[in-house]
Design a binder for this molecule. Structure first.
Ligand SMILES: [Zn+2]
Length: 484
């Protein structure tokens, strides 16, 4: 690419996994994407007043006209306003607003941001054609700068939708080395929490597979060394049907040696199972069990086409399944039977697979999909609510190593404040109904991670010029589309 660089990922980060301090500490003075003014609100204490607050534990409870005190990134006191005797460096008035724990997206792909509006693909009538005609052409065209900017777009969109923790799955086979460091830089600059991985695959040959192995190993080591509570890693694998036994075995050994879990697409389409049975004489989940890819820290995304025996294996190995209903409907691959899976003891969470950053939109879609699939409007409510509000925090807690997604005294202060003055009774027993039918249609006003305000009054409180980011992303996406 010609022309002078404009806020590209510095070369040093492409070559080694340096620890990246937040942008407000390490900002490059020549970097035009970031304004000169330090906008990020750096407060050690924060008091949210007058809001309707969902306290998540020990049992979900709604507190009206409540005060929430945050100190050093944690909730220290949640109580009726009349009982709050303390003050703070910063106050937020949450009158006529609902204060919730930040949402968690348990499976997505930041790099998909550059696909929006792309029409340069051949029609696809099968899932494998969707991959071949769109996603594998797109990810092969990504540069390191594309990885950084596509992540930045997705992260800013997550802030706007109150999604504070994201589990990402990244692919850029012509720009593998340093891709996770570039994404980490975007995560650090936006102040969100993210779990990253590189999707290892044999589809591009041995050399790129080796780079995929190395990228996962280096980044996991980097995360283990830096012990950053905002960024962590899993060992990424694309899917069983693009991984030969040799690569799976190598990945499993490397992952086990590092003590890392795995993040892989499982039985997203029936073709994954057909390929596995034809080539390996076993089902996909059985093959992953054989290679010890499954486990308490591992994530199996989709599981649309798993049989009862595979569900048993997922439950026995405590592997988390992440359901992505909008993606499954878009790709016409079917609807995962999360009701049977949850009954079988599988921990089922909810992800967007890059369809959106809005977890409440995904929640609604999940519910409609279960209704339609079962042709029964009475099913699925508990399972989808559990997936987002109970199981996603558990999954995030497993991969980060500490509890997340809980609004309780002592918990990490990841918060979303939404415009919502309930027009009907709201309490701890019916809040899921409000989420599906009311809160999902409300605007996110304020997003906070670890006590740091990232957006307030619907304006980003970051040291990032969103218009410049969008302008640069458009330039890069235009060039990327030309390379397809
Ligand atoms: Zn995916």
């Amino acid at each position: 690419m010609g022309g002078p660089p404009l806020c590209e990922v510095p070369k040093v980060q492409r070559n080694r996994l340096a620890k990246h301090a937040p942008i407000w500490h390490s900002r490059n003075a020549f970097d035009p994407t970031f304004s000169r003014e330090y906008k990020t609100i750096m407060t050690s204490s924060l008091l949210i007043e007058n809001g309707t607050v969902l306290v998540t534990s020990p049992a979900p409870t709604i507190l009206q006209d409540a005060s929430v005190l945050v100190e050093n990134g944690r909730f220290v006191r949640i109580c009726p306003k009349s009982e709050m005797k303390r003050t703070a460096d910063k106050r937020i008035d949450a009158s006529r607003k609902l204060v919730l724990p930040g949402f968690i997206n348990a499976h997505t792909h930041f790099y998909s941001s550059f696909a929006r509006g792309l029409s340069k693909t051949k029609p696809a009538t099968t899932f494998v054609d969707v991959l071949k005609n769109l996603w594998w052409r797109l990810d092969s065209a990504l540069t390191i700068d594309d990885c950084y900017y596509s992540a930045l777009l997705a992260l800013l969109d997550s802030i706007r939708h109150g999604t504070t923790t994201i589990i990402d799955h990244h692919a850029s086979p012509r720009a593998v080395v340093g891709s996770l460091a570039a994404i980490e830089k975007a995560v650090t600059e936006t102040g969100l929490r993210a779990c990253l991985c590189y999707e290892l695959s044999d589809r591009d040959g041995e050399q790129i597979a080796q780079q995929g192995l190395d990228e996962n190993v280096s980044f996991i080591r980097h995360c283990q060394k830096q012990k950053n509570d905002r960024v962590t890693a899993l060992f990424g694998l694309h899917a069983a049907f693009t991984l030969g036994d040799k690569t799976l075995e190598t990945a499993a050994k490397l992952g086990h040696d590092l003590g890392a879990g795995f993040h892989i697409h499982v039985a997203e389409a029936a073709s994954d199972q057909e390929f596995s049975e034809a080539n390996f004489g076993m089902r996909v989940v059985e093959r992953l069990k054989k290679f010890e890819i499954l486990g308490r820290q591992s994530i199996a995304a989709h599981c649309v086409h798993v049989n009862p025996r595979e569900m048993e294996i997922l439950a026995e190995t405590q592997t988390a399944v992440v359901h992505n209903p909008q993606s499954n409907m878009n790709n016409a691959v079917g609807v995962a039977d999360i009701i049977t899976m949850e009954r079988a003891g599988v921990l089922v969470g909810l992800g967007t697979d890059a369809m959106t950053s809005n977890m409440l939109e995904e929640l609604r879609a999940a519910l409609w999909a279960q209704h339609l699939s079962a042709k029964n409007p009475a099913v699925g409510f508990v399972e989808v609510g559990t997936a987002l509000f109970v199981n996603n925090p558990k999954i995030a807690g497993r991969v980060f190593g500490f509890p997340l997604g809980e609004l309780r005294e002592g918990g990490l202060a990841d918060i979303v404040i939404m415009d919502y003055d309930p027009p009907t009774p709201l309490d701890g027993s019916n809040y899921w109904g409000h989420m599906v039918f009311g809160v999902s249609q409300a605007a996110v006003d304020t997003t906070i991670v670890g006590g740091k305000v990232l957006m307030e009054n619907k304006r980003l409180a970051l040291d990032i010029d969103e218009q410049r980011v969008n302008a640069r992303a458009r330039e890069l996406a235009t060039k990327m589309w030309q390379r397809l």
